[in-house]
Design a protein around this ligand. Structure first.
Ligand code: MEV
Length: 425
């Protein structure tokens, strides 16, 4: 399967769907999962409370991705113009090597808080001594996970406050759980709830909160890519663009105000994949930003370095995702997204989402560092306004070109231009 679908963006939707089926090998009937109304109100009503309807987003495919030696069609659900185009363009520049990833074991952290511990040192020693037995208690609660090679694997104790204080001495137990292909929130929460009373008794304190941590710093993914100068820019401009992108990276490394925007550009790609595949993107967002700030300063999740004749990028971030459970039970579009991308386990989903993030970061830095991002945005915006005014086929580009040229990208103007072009084509 090749993810190189040249000119995909120029095709009409029907033709794009045909090419997508050809590339993915899926039967036409599967695309019903992203047709309007595919998520029925009845199913939606079973997902959340107080449902009054469903809410749609554009569903698109970012092309050109090769990840760990295998091409992937990358599903994206996102409202922002230019994210899909940016990801596809950047992915093309990284070929033929593409993105290379390393995914850590899917270990989540559950937290059990214990308050009013008079002797936090004795309490933590007692908990460490009981760790093996507590883990055994936890393991019997998740036999199916253990059969799949996962389950509770470690227990750590941290002292958070010594008495006196409003909560007395405070400890927290971290339960490390290998969740395999599940995101794991439910699993981890259940285990923490089940162990909390025994943990508090051992520490001679009171049980407090029992809930997973979204700072999943053990469940990280690292993605790297390189772009040769010639792929970065034509006409011998490659080295200049390479310097400019490396300098933009250093800016983000030195300044949290810039790092926040730099990371937003990464999350453009990551979140679009997470939304399309039915993931808890808020959990990933929370983890990403906490991880970015883990040294005490807010830092970029991805950095770019210059080598002899190429640019090298590396993204490291926590990515708690699952290919079983969650919204995948009920959301037909999310299940199709996994199929289109050939994702059969959580590790591959993490690699794909992170690669999309490194790609959108690269595209943003390249645009910012060179011609300025506004032009590309305006072109896409102009096409959207042209379509909304009723332009179809080749008229979309012609109306958009006129709107961009006169700098007046407004619906009224688009209708005027369209009427004129229709009268005298
Ligand atoms: C816009 O959605 C994202 C950017 O601001 C990211 C960046 O500045 O790196 C373009």
């Amino acid at each position: 399967m090749s993810s190189r679908l040249p000119g995909f963006y120029r095709l009409g939707i029907a033709e794009r769907r045909r090419r997508l089926l050809e590339a993915s090998g899926l039967p036409e009937s599967r695309l019903a999962a992203i047709d309007p109304g595919a998520l029925s109100v009845e199913v939606a009503d079973g997902m959340i409370e107080n449902v009054v309807g469903t809410y749609a987003l554009p569903f698109a495919i970012a092309v050109n991705f090769t990840i760990d030696g295998k091409d992937a069609l990358v599903p994206m659900a996102v409202e922002e113009p230019s994210v899909v185009a940016a990801a596809s363009n950047a992915a093309r520049m990284t070929r033929p090597l593409g993105f290379l990833s390393e995914v850590a074991a899917p270990v989540m952290i559950g937290q059990i808080q214990v308050t009013h511990v008079d002797d936090v040192d004795a309490g933590s020693t007692a908990l460490r001594e009981a760790a093996a037995s507590l883990l055994e208690d936890a393991r019997v609660l998740v036999p199916r996970l253990a059969e799949r090679g996962g389950g509770p694997i470690g227990l750590e104790v941290r002292i958070l406050a010594r008495p006196p204080g409003p909560d007395g001495g405070m400890l927290v137990v971290h339960l490390h759980v290998d969740c395999r292909d599940a995101m794991g929130a439910n699993l981890v929460n259940t285990l923490c709830e089940a162990l909390a009373d025994r943990v508090a008794r051992i520490a001679r304190g009171r049980p407090g909160l029992r809930i997973l941590s979204n700072l999943t710093d053990g469940r990280t993914v690292t993605v790297r890519c390189r772009i040769e100068d010639a792929a970065l820019a034509g006409e011998g401009l490659g080295p200049d663009v390479r310097h400019a992108i490396a300098s933009a990276s250093r800016f983000a490394e030195l300044d949290p105000y810039r790092a926040a925007t730099h990371n937003k550009g990464i999350m453009n790609g990551v979140d679009a994949v997470l939304v399309a595949t039915g993931q808890d993107w808020r959990a990933v967002e929370a983890g990403a930003h906490a991880y970015a700030a883990r040294t005490g300063a807010y830092r970029p999740l991805a950095v770019w370095r210059e080598r002899e004749t190429y640019l090298e990028g590396e993204l490291v971030m926590p990515l708690a995702v699952g290919t079983v459970g969650g919204a995948l039970h009920s959301h037909p579009g999310a299940r199709l997204a996994l199929e289109l991308a050939g994702i059969d386990h959580a590790e591959r989903l993490a690699s794909i989402a992170a690669s999309a993030g490194l790609a959108t970061n690269l595209a943003a830095l390249r645009a910012l560092a060179t011609e300025g991002i506004q032009r590309g945005h305006m072109e896409l915006h102009a096409r959207g306004v042209a379509r909304a005014a009723g332009a179809t086929g080749e008229l979309v580009d012609r109306v958009a070109a006129e709107l961009s040229a006169c700098g007046d990208v407004k619906p009224d103007r688009a209708r005027e231009v369209l009427a004129r072009l229709k009268e005298s084509p």
